[in-house]
Design a protein around this ligand. Structure first.
Ligand code: SF4
Length: 92
C-alpha cells in the first residue's frame, strides 16, 4: 500500500507568521513548524516563504496534527497562494 504524503499546510503545527524587515510597517509572510521539525544544516530553525507552503511535504512526521480534510483544501490553497514572496504593509 502506498503511504500518503503529509502536507504540512494541513497540519495544526504549521503556522503563518509576519516577519518584519528593515521598515517597521512592512512585512513578509513566513511559515513555521511549531514542532521545530524544519531545521537548517546548522541546526537553526528554518522558516519557509509563505507562497511555498503547499510544497512542504513530509514522508512521515510524528508531530503531524491533521487540521481537516486534505482535499479540496490543498487544491484551493495552491490556487490562492501568492505566486511569489510579497511585501505587505500595515498602513493599508
Ligand atoms: S509537525 Fe510535521 S507535519 Fe506538522 S508542520 Fe511540522 S513538519 Fe509539518
Amino acid at each position: 500500500m502506498v503511504k500518503e504524503k503529509i502536507f504540512c499546510a494541513n497540519c495544526l503545527n504549521c503556522i503563518v507568521i509576519r516577519q518584519y524587515e528593515s521598515e517597521p510597517d512592512r512585512y513578509v509572510l513566513r511559515v513555521r513548524c511549531m514542532k521545530k521539525k524544519w531545521v537548517k544544516r546548522s541546526g537553526e530553525e528554518k522558516l519557509y516563504k509563505y507562497f511555498t507552503v503547499a510544497r512542504r511535504i513530509m514522508d512521515d512526521c510524528d508531530g503531524y496534527a491533521e487540521a481537516g480534510e486534505l482535499y479540496p483544501y490543498i487544491k484551493n490553497l495552491r490556487k490562492e497562494l501568492p505566486i511569489k514572496d510579497e511585501i505587505y504593509s500595515t498602513r493599508e
